[in-house]
Design a protein around this ligand. Structure first.
Ligand code: 5GP
Length: 177
């Protein structure tokens, strides 16, 4: 069923069952691969809060979670945006870190943020994203745990917003064009 959010119409794209099944399979892999490693999950707010929550509930090995927000602003002396992480309270030196993203679009955010984490010398660093728009890639990167490859269309729901609205939906919808 199509729904209207603000001035746009969206139609169903991924059901809650499809999303939960994808999360289950990612969680199973992480539970196996991080046995004895006490991984630190770093979800990026706001978009990934729902994904991170459902994924973390399925983690059965000892693990920690620390949410961050990325602030983007124009640097005074550099060209392009400067991205800084706000709220990372846990030391990541020598930790097994898994960054949790809602969606990787151009890859710009991760291309700036991941080197900042690497600089703090984690023991390992992997990326887990629910969605990836491969066709939109400008900064190629490896996504170690991925829910779905999706076409280059705007999506909302399950934490993702359209002008602040739609984050509360438990499924993912795509814009009707
Ligand atoms: P990137 O830096 O990879 O280009 O963009 C990543 C960020 O852009 C995501 O974390 C998300 O906030 C936003 N984004 C990209 N595509 C979409 C989309 O289709 N829907 C929504 N709601 N946000 C998107």
């Amino acid at each position: 069923m199509a729904i209207t959010i603000l001035d746009k119409t969206f139609r169903p794209y991924l059901s809650k069952e499809q999303i939960q099944a994808a999360i289950e399979s990612i969680a199973n892999r992480i539970n196996t691969e991080y046995q004895g490693k006490n991984p630190l999950f770093i979800p990026i707010l706001n978009g990934s809060f729902m994904f991170a929550s459902d994924l973390f509930k399925r983690i059965t090995i000892p693990a920690e979670i620390s949410f961050i927000k990325l602030a983007s602003y124009k640097g005074t002396h550099s060209t392009g945006n400067v991205i800084t992480a706000i709220g990372l309270e846990t030391e990541i030196y020598q930790r097994h870190v898994i960054v949790i993203e809602d969606i990787v679009d151009t890859g710009k955010t991760m291309s700036v943020f991941l080197p900042q984490l690497t600089h703090q010398q984690p023991q390992s660093l992997k990326v887990c994203a629910l969605l990836h728009k491969k066709a939109a890639t400008i900064h190629p990167m490896q996504i170690d745990y991925l829910g779905f490859e999706i076409p280059n269309l705007f999506v909302v729901g399950y934490g993702l917003d359209y002008n602040g609205q739609g984050r509360n939906l438990d499924s993912i919808l795509q814009v009707d064009e």
